[in-house]
Design a protein around this ligand. Structure first.
Ligand code: HDD
Length: 749
């Protein structure tokens, strides 16, 4: 706002004594417009339930209505840039309520971050039941043709709110189903097993995984002494840790991870018959990972890599989808299946023994528009259940049922967090919970107790016929009070061995490299040695290779390694997958009009196939002219290989051309005019090293040569025709990476 127009406004408002200092005009609006419509995030989740009831107050959720800036009390403000002073150079007056309100509110803008899973990204969507689970559960949201709104938050576990997305860690996958019968939260992870069997150890494993208490390093890493100390001393953590060291610990995208409920749940149908199940989320795009160097680079180049990927894909209409499935087990007294204890959350049941039955489809189709109000304030709880879904006696789950309610009280400042828009159930609420910090409801009536005679006896209790949540009256095993685990919890190595045996050779190489890196970061020799003892109990070759990398002798594996068979479903390789939302970098120097025609054509094909092409050129701006002009989306300075799933070189750089315009000759620059731009060479050599498909047409050989890529390298397509290049690249991309490029010396799985 220019000061001259400000003075005019001041004069109109009759504000005396404002200095009129000439300042450059900024093109900000100076006249208030009419009231803006509420932003979508300001209405919170739907206020009308699927059954037509009003679940709350739409109006009071709306902030920032009307054209004028106000205080929190609704007083219109004429200035928010200057404190109230005794003269322009005088002291600030304590009576300036607006100053105090503005700064006080700011001082309290941060709330405590989650003690675990602090770093997260979320999306809105909907879930549609297939109706195939009707035989085993009466949960209404799983019925055919029922659409239930959902909010899903993905997260890392160890890092703080500002940590990088692509660290090696487990990922949280928490889903809030706003069902007509109340909220159901499925608070799972992308790894189907957990570190510990009993919740009482949760503070211990998290203390061990979090940064060291003295210097508070390392951030968001498991590669340090306390973590590996814990793991080696609590061998029940071996299985989860092995998954973390596999490619599952560094997903390519939240959209490309599985999700698991982990615990065994008990379902009940309308005939009161019970079944035990494990929940699985299967991503439509397949399960894909980064490679370790790529994950590390992305952590620096783009710490928001997964957050951005999710938001961009949804914004572009490439809505991620997962199928919800259940593995089904009979609800027997011992709660075992094929010798596997279903109450031990360090176990999976291989899909070959118990197939996953699809029961519904999740689609994420809307980004949150207020990170704090939605992603930060959402409060999940495994105890948020609906009729038809009940718990088992898994000792890990029992502790969680306490912890999640408790943690929200300190994190969200009191017991009324269920009233926050994102946490509001879509079913009508009629509770007798009263008062407390941040109470926003205005409860009516005088008798918040039951039974009463003053409020007409209301509210009434429901029975099964009215949809009450009634716990399944299962027998509780009798026994002595003990602090003890069952004997069936004692086998900590046959499941990790199964996982190892199920991996392909390249996945095994990645696991070996991960252990070698992480243990190599430990300082204490005894910790490395103890972990090698665990690896020896998984597999001799794994142990020998990691020991060699650490420069330590490999302990002998026991003769009686568990006799388990592989579960092919655990490997991420060997299938082909849809390409929706994949990011393709198209590099061009813009010099050759024919090459630009190729860029246009391929770009069009990619866009119409649901992929995201990004044009990379020496400098920003546009390439070509007129209607066909191409916008440059990344420059040689801003592009880095980690952003792309494949690279296309469209005549870059034209052979014999001078150095690119964006590349200034610098002192010590060893490249000659006509040499490919080193930034493009880096882009291509990294993409090659990370197993990404590379396509080239129109004279890109100098770049490929400079990147050290052999003429017959696998997954590098060089022809004259852009359309043919893309066809081949698309085929390669369906397998996610050019696996043949990875050096493998471990035996095959
Ligand atoms: Fe937990 C958050 C998943 C065991 C205590 N947990 C949290 C979140 C996820 C999980 C995805 C983030 C939710 C969000 O996005 O807001 N946690 C798991 C899984 C577990 C598990 C899959 C084992 C199968 N958790 C676990 C135990 C305890 C906790 C055993 C405590 C005894 N978890 C918490 C917590 C958190 C949490 C402290 C932190 C923030 C929150 O709850 O809301 O209560």
């Amino acid at each position: 706002m220019s000061h001259s127009s400000q003075s005019a406004t001041d004069a109109a408002h009759g504000i005396p004594g404002r200095p009129s200092v000439e300042a450059p005009a900024l093109d900000e609006p100076t006249e208030p417009r009419g009231p803006l419509p509420p932003k979508t995030d300001q209405s919170g989740p739907a206020t009308v339930t699927p059954t037509g009831q009003d679940s709350g107050t739409a109006a009071e959720r709306v902030a920032q209505g009307g054209p004028y800036l106000t205080t929190a009390q609704g007083n219109r403000l004429y200035d928010t840039d200057h404190s109230l002073k005794a003269g322009p150079r005088g002291p600030i007056l304590l009576q300036d309520h607006h100053l105090r309100e503005k700064i006080t509110h700011f001082d309290h803008e941060r709330i405590p971050e989650r003690v675990v899973h602090a770093r997260g990204a979320a999306a809105h969507g909907y879930f549609k039941g297939y109706g195939t689970a009707g035989n085993i559960t009466k949960a209404a949201f799983l019925a055919k043709d029922v659409t239930t709104p959902v909010f899903v938050r993905f997260s890392t576990v160890l890092g703080s709110r500002g940590s990088a997305d692509t660290v090696r860690d487990t990922r949280g996958f928490a889903t809030k189903f706003y069902t007509s019968e109340g909220t159901f939260d499925l608070v799972g992870n992308n790894i189907p097993v957990f570190f510990i069997q009993d919740a009482i150890k949760f503070p211990d494993i998290i203390h061990a995984g979090k940064p060291h208490p003295d210097r508070e390093i390392p951030q968001a890493q498991s590669a340090h002494d306390t973590f590996w100390d814990f793991v080696s001393l609590h061998t029940e953590a071996t299985h989860h840790t092995l998954w973390n060291m596999s490619d599952r610990g560094i997903p390519r995208s939240y959209r490309m991870m599985e999700g698991f409920g982990i615990h065994t749940f008990r379902l009940v149908n309308d005939r009161d018959e019970t079944t035990l199940v494990k929940f699985h989320w299967k991503p439509k795009l397949g399960i894909h990972s980064q490679v370790w160097e790529e994950a590390q680079l992305a952590g620096g180049v783009d710490p928001d890599f997964h957050r951005r990927d999710l938001a961009d894909a949804i914004e572009a209409g490439a809505y991620p989808q997962w199928e919800l499935g259940v593995q089904i087990f009979p609800d027997t007294e011992e709660q075992m299946f094929e010798g596997i204890d279903l109450l031990d959350s360090t176990n999976i049941v291989p899909e070959e023994l118990a197939p996953v039955h699809p029961i519904g489809l999740l689609t994420l189709n809307a980004n949150p528009s207020n990170y704090f109000a939605e992603t930060e304030q959402v409060a999940f709880h495994p105890g948020h259940l609906v009729p038809g879904i009940d718990i088992t006696d898994d000792p890990l789950l029992a502790g969680r049922l306490f912890s999640y309610l408790d943690t929200q009280i300190s994190r969200l400042g009191g017991p009324n967090f269920a009233q926050l828009p994102i946490n509001r159930t879509h079913a009508p609420v009629n509770d007798m919970l009263r008062d407390g910090m941040h109470q926003t409801a205005v409860h009516q009536g005088v008798a918040p107790y039951r039974p009463n005679s003053l409020d007409g006896g209301c509210p009434f209790l429901a029975g099964a016929a009215e949809g009450a949540y009634i716990e399944v009256p299962v027998e509780v095993p009798a026994g002595r009070k003990v602090r003890q685990a069952p004997e069936t919890f004692a086998d900590h190595f046959s499941q990790p061995r199964r996982f190892w045996l199920s991996m392909s050779a390249v996945e095994r190489e990645h696991i070996i490299a991960a252990y070698t890196f992480e243990l190599g970061k430990c300082y204490e020799q005894a910790i490395k040695e103890r972990n090698l003892l665990s690896l020896a109990r998984i597999d001799p070759e794994l142990c020998r290779r990691v020991a060699a990398g650490l420069g330590l002798p490999a302990p002998q594996s026991p003769d009686d390694l568990p006799a388990v068979s592989a579960s092919p479903a655990l490997s991420q390789l060997g299938k082909t997958w849809p390409l929706d939302g994949r990011v393709i970098g198209i590099v061009t120097d813009g010099a050759d009009p024919a090459a630009l025609d190729g860029v246009r054509a391929v770009r069009h094909t990619l866009l119409t196939s649901g992929l995201l092409p990004l044009v990379i050129a020496p400098a920003g701006g546009t390439l070509g002219s007129g209607e066909d002009a191409l916008t440059v989306q990344r420059t040689f300075a801003t592009a880095r290989s980690v952003e792309f799933d494949a690279i296309l070189l469209a005549g870059v750089p034209a052979p014999g051309a001078d150095a690119f315009p964006a590349r200034d000759a610098k002192a010590g620059d060893t490249t000659a005019p006509g040499d490919p731009d080193p930034r493009v060479v880096l882009l291509v050599s990294e993409a090659y090293r990370h197993g990404k498909a590379i396509g080239a047409w129109g004279g890109a050989d100098p770049v490929l040569d400079a990147a050290g890529i052999p003429a017959a390298a696998p997954g590098v397509v060089r022809t004259g025709d852009p359309a043919a290049v893309w066809d081949d690249i698309a085929r390669l991309l369906g397998r996610h990476r050019v696996w043949e490029r990875f050096e493998v010396s471990v035996s095959d799985g």
